[in-house]
Design a protein around this ligand. Structure first.
Ligand code: HEC
Ligand code: HEC
Ligand code: HEC
Ligand code: HEC
Ligand code: HEC
Length: 424
């Protein structure tokens, strides 16, 4: 009898120990692991000689156009971005987020003294005496990429500037973007590409490097202009970094084609519609970055009075189980130049005149449910749209369907799909 009790109590103690161990040591505190480069902020930067301050606005007195561009970019708003603020609150305002969203030590309220066992939540912090609250608001400011140890780094080796400069070849490679656009998995996290792991997706396949495409090729369009007021004309790049918040950028990523089988259906035919979605213009998966991003592909049949007779909606993205461990259930996003078919079957009724098939592709920053939850629980203030229609076309189901389908085939990018089935 005593032995039985010993066994029961012993097992309970072990179970309690395991649960405690799991919740303190294993269960993910943040959705990614630490890597030495972003585990710490960029070290404190003093103002280089010859200029008054590190502030973006001060760089803007001489580099006006670049400053104006940067100001409109998400990099300039990575801290006050309402989506960041809401999620940051949800994650208990944990310090590590700041290492990418406000990456300079000058911008951070606390200093990290030590990170025992590399566990984010166990970090030992103390107040940062050189914390500049206003500078924090500048998010990913000029100095985050350009200033190190009193010197301004850039892509040229012949500038004549009022401040010290140094040529750094990294500016014309993907290296400048790597630190923040690539995260690694942490303990109890099982996914192939981490969240915001765009760099890994870019590297994963053969396309971009061989074509000489780097992140800047698409996200910082080339321009010839003086880079500083009164300077010589140079080949440089616009500081725009458009991405998922910009419907025009999403449209550049995607090419769409719709086909029907049979192509000229008669009443009573079963028609199978195929919408082919191609990642024709992005150098990484679409969607990329934040795992909430997804596309939907919709088919709707309407009668003459706009009454819905049939519909189907499909999703492309990734589905991650966040608790109690992080497991990626699936990831069906499209790699560069890959295509996928989405199908919809419909029995054409005897009287099909006035019927229309609506096809639509939409991009979502997050779902309505996620948006509502963030609003209710974490004070999300963003009023701007978080879903965009990036392709929409109506096809008449009687008469001219075949002609309408042919008309839709004008997108020259359709020819570029190389992975999977080449459309057309
Ligand atoms: C008083 C004017 C002035 C201010 C202020 C100023 N710059 Fe410059 N900067 C210049 C000039 C002039 C050049 C050289 C232009 C040329 O040679 O085409 C230059 C060159 C550069 C380059 C190119 C360096 C290279 O060799 O590749 C970068 C990058 C740069 N500045 C960034 C900054 C940043 C960041 C700030 C703010 C922290 C800043 N500048 C503040 C005038 C200024
Ligand atoms: C210091 C960290 C850091 C560096 C370096 C960095 N980024 Fe970013 N980038 C971010 C963060 C953080 C965001 C998201 C900000 C937000 O939405 O709140 C972002 C967002 C973006 C976006 C998405 C914009 C959108 O509308 O969703 C693009 C595109 C981008 N970066 C491209 C680049 C490129 C190209 C480089 C290299 C030249 C680069 N970034 C370097 C941190 C960085
Ligand atoms: C996320 C990193 C990042 C940030 C932030 C950033 N730059 Fe740059 N900057 C770059 C890259 C990359 C290049 C190289 C572009 C190229 O290949 O010409 C560059 C180039 C430059 C140049 C040389 C001209 C050119 O177009 O090549 C100047 C001047 C410059 N930046 C100033 C600034 C100023 C001023 C700010 C803030 C208002 C700023 N940068 C913010 C990454 C950044
Ligand atoms: C061939 C052009 C191309 C190249 C190369 C490219 N991108 Fe993109 N990128 C796009 C397009 C187009 C989009 C818009 C589609 C989307 O957001 O899914 C985009 C979107 C993004 C976004 C927005 C994600 C979001 O959630 O809003 C980020 C971040 C990004 N790219 C970063 C990078 C980085 C980092 C690199 C280099 C490793 C890179 N891109 C290389 C074309 C490119
Ligand atoms: C290693 C760098 C890094 C760290 C650390 C980091 N982020 Fe980000 N974050 C990024 C990059 C890069 C993007 C842009 C990718 C994209 O747009 O999807 C981004 C985008 C986001 C977005 C989407 C913003 C928008 O406007 O849609 C949110 C929200 C966000 N991060 C929250 C957080 C939170 C909360 C933390 C801390 C738990 C955190 N991030 C830590 C690099 C980082």
């Amino acid at each position: 009898m005593r032995r039985a009790w010993t066994i029961i109590l012993g097992s309970l103690a072990v179970a309690a120990g395991l649960v405690y161990f799991f919740y303190t040591e294993v269960r993910p505190a943040v959705i990614f692991g630490l890597r030495s480069d972003y585990a710490r902020p960029i070290a404190y930067q003093p103002t280089p000689e010859g200029i008054g301050s590190l502030r973006a606005e001060s760089c803007g007195t001489c580099h006006r156009e670049i400053y104006e561009e940067w100001k409109t970019s998400i990099h300039a708003h990575a801290f006050d971005d309402p989506f960041f603020q809401a999620y940051w609150k949800k994650d208990g305002n944990i310090w590590v987020c700041l290492n990418c969203h406000t990456p300079l030590e000058n911008q951070q309220p606390t200093l990290i003294k030590e990170i025992p066992r590399n566990r984010v939540e166990k970090a030992v912090q103390e107040p940062n005496p050189r914390y500049d609250r206003e500078y924090q608001q500048e998010s990913i400011t000029c100095a985050a990429c350009h200033v190190r140890e009193g010197v301004i780094l850039g892509p040229f080796d012949d500038s004549v500037a009022p401040h010290p400069t140094r040529f750094d070849p990294a500016f014309r490679t993907t290296e400048v973007c790597y630190r923040c656009h690539s995260v690694v998995s942490g303990p109890a996290q099982f996914y192939r590409f981490g969240p915001c792991g765009t760099y890994a997706e870019y590297e994963d396949k053969y396309f971009m490097k061989e074509r000489g495409m780097i992140c800047q090729s698409c996200h910082m369009p080339e321009v010839e202009r003086p880079i500083a007021e009164g300077g010589p004309i140079r080949q440089g790049r616009r500081h725009l970094w458009r991405g998922g918040h910009d419907p025009d950028m999403i449209k550049r990523a995607v090419a769409v084609q719709v086909q029907a089988d049979p192509p000229a259906p008669k009443a009573g035919d079963h028609v199978r519609f195929t919408l082919t979605l191609i990642n024709a213009g992005a150098g990484h998966k679409i969607p990329t970055g934040d795992p909430d991003r997804h596309f939907t592909v919709e088919f709707v049949v309407l009668d003459g009075e706009a009454k819905v007779l049939a519909q189907k909606s499909q999703t492309m993205g990734r589905w991650i189980l966040w608790q109690p461990v992080i497991v990626e259930v699936y990831d069906d996003r499209l790699m560069p130049l890959a295509s996928r078919d989405y199908t919809f079957s419909y029995l054409l009724p005897a009287e099909a005149s006035g019927l229309t098939l609506k096809t639509r592709v939409r991009y979502h920053i997050l779902t309505d449910a996620q948006h509502n939850a963030l609003k209710k629980e974490y004070g999300l203030t963003a009023e701007d749209p978080y879903a965009f229609t990036i392709y929409e076309r109506d096809y008449p189901l009687s008469g001219n369907l075949a002609a309408a389908l042919r008309q839709g085939e004008h997108d020259p990018r359709l020819a570029c799909a190389v992975d999977g089935r080449r459309p057309g």
